[in-house]
Design a binder for this molecule. Structure first.
Ligand SMILES: Cc1cc2nc3c(=O)[nH]c(=O)nc-3n(C[C@H](O)[C@H](O)[C@H](O)COP(=O)(O)OP(=O)(O)OC[C@H]3O[C@@H](n4cnc5c(N)ncnc54)[C@H](O)[C@@H]3O)c2cc1C
Length: 409
């Protein structure tokens, strides 16, 4: 049998690389196995290539449906400040834009460059094109099989990511490894992605950007909403507010529930104030054609769609729009509803909801409670954060924690 390695880390993303660096302060025999031809492919894609790695505002509420006790125990206090300081110690100065923290260079590649240099200086043995096929625990060690090799390790950190953006390497095989090792995995579903609507008019509003509030109704009950800039697409809605609520849509559709999406194009206005505003416009621009009634209020391509949906004859003068029609238009502007037909696929998702069940993990060490020597880090866990740097923060924090604990053990 080949000599036993002290620590093998599966996955060279933000979590795995951080774990390797953290562990290297305590142990020298570390092998990092990465399935792709290079580490950190997903990291390069983050924040549109700018890497929004944390946020000035951070607590368990930034993680959806989070087990607050677990999340707080993992992050502790000031996890964001500690991450910013760690980045700075490697030369990555920070830049803050609307509370979101980026490297000053605004280049994700600079974060990856310094992490790779750090792995090098810490003498971590990085093996690329080393996709792990199976992970087994016997009494005293782990057997890790890649396509062309078998390794034996005393301890393993599983940091193989989720199923989101599989081109970057996280193709869901981490969940298979987790199950092989004896962990239970909650069904992964796409999150932080667009929402498909069952509505033929989407083709006509494709390309429009506008402010709005988007809400999800599950079996007739409001379950969440978000406000900000919407990007209307040929399939439905994208943009940050749609991303933020997409995991609820994924879960509700997966439960076979009826899922309605409601959009207000006048965020902050209720029906009464919106109706008064439209009534005033009717007086002010009474001679315009009805087709132009919303001109200057909403982007033109959207206005055309909404007027058509209201049933108002586009050729009549605005002054002839009846109160009933104005009420209907008000309802459409403040709560256009359509059935959700789905979400973006795993290919289009930034993260997953679901993953390794956190009940099995000790939040102080990231070690699995029932499988000593096996640690879990990053997005492979059933923890998904909002847009804004929270998923990378999770990957860096859990990677550091797992690395320190596994290195010391
Ligand atoms: C387009 C996009 C933009 C994003 N922007 C942001 C952002 O700005 N801010 C933010 O906080 N989050 C962002 N995210 C989410 C964030 O990138 C992830 O949450 C984070 O990178 C997860 O890190 P990880 O190390 O857990 O997983 P990954 O980065 O996915 O790393 C896992 C690694 O494991 C390797 N691997 C998988 N299976 C195996 C195997 N069987 N054997 C060996 N290796 C394996 C993979 O190749 C991969 O390199 C974005 C995601 C995407 C897709």
């Amino acid at each position: 049998m080949k000599p036993m390695i002290d620590l093998v880390i599966i996955g060279g993303g933000a979590a795995g690389m951080t774990a390797a660096v953290a562990a290297s302060s305590f142990c020298q025999d570390i092998v990092l196995l990465e399935g792709k031809d290079r580490v950190g492919k997903k990291l390069l894609a983050t924040g549109n290539g700018r890497c929004n790695y944390t946020n000035r505002i951070l607590d368990h509420r930034c993680y959806y449906d989070a087990d607050a006790q677990f999340t707080d125990a993992v992050l502790g206090s000031d996890a964001n400040e500690r991450l910013i300081a760690w980045m700075s110690s490697m030369g990555i100065e920070s830049k803050i834009i609307d509370d979101r923290v980026y490297p000053h260079s605004e280049q994700a590649s600079s974060v990856l460059d310094v992490l790779r240099m750090k792995l090098d200086s810490c003498h971590v043995h990085v093996k690329t094109n080393a996709k792990v096929q199976s992970l087994k625990k016997t009494d005293h060690m782990f057997e890790i099989q890649t396509l062309d090799d078998i390794l034996y390790a005393r301890k393993v950190i599983l940091a193989a990511g989720s199923k989101a953006a599989p081109k970057t390497g996280s193709d869901g095989s981490g969940y298979v490894l987790a199950r092989q090792a004896g962990l239970s995995v909650i069904q992964p579903l796409p999150a932080l992605t667009g929402i498909k609507l069952d509505a033929p008019y989407c083709k006509s509003w494709n390309g429009v950007r506008c402010d709005g509030t988007i809400a999800v109704m599950k079996d007739g009950r409001l379950i969440c909403s978000d406000t900000g800039q919407l990007q209307l697409t040929s399939y439905g809605v994208s943009g940050i507010p749609a991303f933020q609520i997409s995991r609820y849509v994924s879960k509700a559709l997966n439960d076979q529930s009826e899922v309605m999406i409601s959009i207000s194009f006048l965020p902050g206005e209720d029906s009464k104030s919106a109706f008064s505003m439209l009534k005033k416009r009717r007086e002010q621009i009474c001679s315009y054609r009805a087709a132009d009634f919303l001109l200057g209020l909403l982007p033109k391509n959207l206005a055309v769609v909404l007027i058509k949906l209201s049933g108002v004859d586009r050729h009549v003068p605005v002054g002839q729009i009846s109160d009933d029609q104005l009420h209907k238009l008000t309802d459409i502007l403040t709560g256009l509803t359509a059935y959700a037909a789905g979400t973006g696929s795993f290919d289009q998702a930034q993260t997953c909801t679901g993953g390794v069940d956190i009940k099995q993990i000790n939040p102080q060490t990231m070690e699995c409670r029932q499988i000593s020597g096996l640690y879990v880090a990053g997005e492979i866990m059933d923890v998904d954060g909002m847009c804004g740097g929270y998923n990378l923060q999770w990957a860096f924090s859990t990677g550091a924690k797992a690395g320190r604990a596994a290195g010391r053990a």
